[in-house]
Structure formats: C-alpha cells, structure tokens
Design a protein around this ligand. Structure first.
Ligand code: GN1
Ligand code: MG
Length: 367
C-alpha cells in the first residue's frame, strides 16, 4: 500500500483497519481515493487532496462544508430520517487538532469522509432522473434557507457574470498565448459581446436589491449527485463551492450539463442541442420543492438562468483558451476552444426555446 497515503489516513480519527487505498472518480479539480476497511461491518472512506490553487482558503471551504453538513444533518434528524449517514456527507476530524482537514509539510491539503456505498453516479440523465434531480436541488436550497451562519465566498465572484466578462477583456488585451487574432476567436468574441449586457442582468437586479442571494451548491453538475437503484437522489456531493448566490446558479448549471444532447466538449457542433424534455422534467421537480420560497423575480428569470450558464461557461473556457490553458486540463491544443464553442452552440439552441420555456414555467406555476 502507498505509505504516503496511509500516513495521511492515519492522521484522521477513523474506525477499523485500512485494507486498500485506490483512486476514485474522474474529478479534474481534486484528487480522490477510496480507502477500504478490512472489517466488513465498518464503513469505507474517501480520502481527498483539496486543490488549494482553485480554492485559496481551505479553512473557509471546510468551515462552509461543516456548517452545511451539520445543518442538513440536524434538519434530517428533526424529521427522524433513518439513514442520515447516506443522506449527507460526514467528514472526519483529525486526531491531532480535531480540524476537518490536515496540511502536510509539502503544502498539500487533505480531508477524509465516509464513503456512501450502493450509490450510483451518472454522467447522463433520463427524464425520470431529471425530475428527481430538480426536486433534490430545490430541497437542498430549502434545507439551507435557515442556516444560522454566514458562509464564506470560497471562490471570489465565482458566478459573477460581470467579473467573468472583465476577466475575458483583460486576457484579450494582454493576449498571452497570441490566440486573439484567430478569426474564430474574433467571431466568438462578437457573439459574446452582443449578449453581454443582457447576461449581466442578475448582478444589476442584485444591486437594485430586488434579487436575493441564497445558499446554493454552485456546481450542480449531474455527476455531483448520488442516486439509488430506483433513480432517487440519495445525496448531493462535492460541496466545495457551496456559498451565497442567486438561485440561478443551481438551476442553470444543472441544465447546462444535463440538457445538452452531447458532452460539454463534443467537437461536433451540429449535434449540440438543448433538450426541452429534460428542461421540463427538471423544472417541474425543482419548482415542486422550491416554488414556496422563490420570489416572482426568481421564477420570472428561470429562462434567463438557463441561458446564463452556457454563456458564462463559454466565456470561462474562452478565457482559459486565450490565457494558454492554465485552468482546465486539456487533452489536445484546441480543447478549451472546442468546449467554448460547444457552450455557445448550446446557448444558440436555448435561445430558440425561450417562449416555450416561459409557457411551460407559467403552466407549472399556474399563473
Ligand atoms: C469545474 O470540478 P468540476 O469539473 O465539477 C468548475 C465548474 C465548471 C466545470 C466545467 C471550481 O467543475 O465551475 O462549470 O468545471 N469548477 C470550478 O466543466 O471552477
Ligand atoms: Mg465534481
């Protein structure tokens, strides 16, 4: 067994004996391992190295996660939920100082949590699962609506559209990779430019004081949910980005990944389409749990939220492409441009569906 990893595991207060440590999942941001216990009646664990380049304040990340998981745990306990350790992640304290993470001499940060077994992760989703995912995301926001502590902003301006556009403008001015002159880049910048004002609507409404921020997950990709065999959501995972944000984040980012007919880096642009069947199922599920706390300004802007996230992701992928591919791992030189173009095509498809989206949302809300 890898002694470095075993030594890290030994720093945490876990029960049982370690049998095996092996890589888990395909995350691009953190490195994840499964720690198997020898005893069959003991849980297995997940060991994770947290990326402190993406998350500069690990103490804040773990403070947020501790607050969120404790609050959900209390809410579930009050409802006498039986399988709480499957419904919410449980992080282990270190033996030394009781913190939920440890820093090694090499400057890396690690944490350990209980592994939820018999759970299924998905990269794609069908209609039944989408309704369930919508219900689970609405419920997640609802459970956290009365959290008594303020959460820190673990990535500053993470989903702030004005900031993401400024970042893009800066990299265009500096052109560190010499890619701005490409004709396809110029065309994409023009498409981004014509929509810039409309897409910064959330920040304006926020400043006017009519659009609230609530506790959101902020990374509601399909693969951040655990499902059971019946297709019900057991638990929402990957809580590093949980923070205060407009609810558009969770609604829009799920649809961005789930309702695209292809993966976000599929290079065949003619295949990129927005799936209204997934949109409808997800929206129905989401409104089922969230309708009673959402304001009209929030439900009015759900079609905007649907467009905002492919737009924002297009801007972020193009920014990284122009910056020389430093943020997202790339498998080939054009990878980030392909991703940006894919998201732009998804946006174009979404724009065609605006009236249908509006009508559908109104029919669910009975207005
Ligand atoms: C990153 O970690 P992962 O792959 O789930 C990114 C998201 C993007 C996504 C695009 C902290 O998410 O915001 O939507 O890539 N997370 C961070 O694939 O930047
Ligand atoms: Mg993830």
């Amino acid at each position: 067994m890898n002694t470095k990893l075993t030594n890290i595991v030994e720093q945490f207060a876990f029960e049982g004996t370690i049998c095996e440590i092996k890589p888990l999942g395909k995350g691009l941001i953190n490195d994840t391992y499964k720690v198997k216990a020898c005893e069959t009646d003991r849980p297995d664990y997940v060991l994770q190295r947290i990326n402190h380049h993406v998350f500069p304040d690990i103490g804040m990340v773990m403070h947020n996660i501790d607050a969120v998981t404790s609050h959900i745990r209390n809410t579930l306990a009050a409802k006498e939920t039986l399988d709480i350790d499957r419904r919410v992640l449980r992080f282990l304290p270190t033996k030394n100082d009781g913190n939920l993470y440890t820093m090694l001499n090499d400057g890396t940060y690690w944490r350990m949590m209980v592994f939820i077994d018999n759970a299924i992760t998905k990269q794609n989703i069908d209609i039944g699962n989408s309704r369930e995912a919508g219900r689970a995301i609405g419920n997640f926001q609802k459970m956290l609506a009365d959290i008594p502590v303020y959460l820190g902003e673990t990535i500053k301006d993470f989903h702030n559209m004005e900031f993401r556009l400024e970042q893009l403008c800066d990299v265009v001015k500096q052109d560190p990779a010499g890619r701005v002159k490409e004709e396809r880049v110029q065309k994409m910048l023009a498409e981004i430019g014509t929509r810039a004002e409309e897409m910064c609507k959330a920040e304006r409404l926020g400043r006017e004081g009519i659009l609230p921020k609530r506790v959101c997950h902020c990374d509601t990709k399909v693969n951040n949910m655990l499902f059971d065999k019946e297709g019900k959501v057991i638990c929402i995972i990957d809580l590093d980005t949980v923070m205060h944000n407009f609810i558009f984040s969770d609604y829009g980012d799920f649809l961005r990944t789930a309702a695209n007919t292809v993966a976000e880096d599929c290079p065949e642009m003619e295949k990129v389409q927005f799936r209204m069947d997934i949109f409808k199922a997800f929206t129905e599920g989401y409104l089922m749990s969230a309708q009673d706390f959402l304001l009209p300004i929030e439900t009015d802007n759900l079609p905007y939220a649907t467009a905002l996230f492919p737009y924002m992701q297009c801007v972020r992928f193009l920014w990284d492409y122009l910056n020389g591919d430093k943020y997202w791992k790339c498998k080939y030189p054009d990878h980030n441009f392909v991703r940006a173009n894919n998201q732009l095509h998804l946006l174009l498809s979404i724009e065609k569906h605006y009236p249908e989206m509006r009508n559908f949302i109104d029919s669910v809300l009975n207005v």
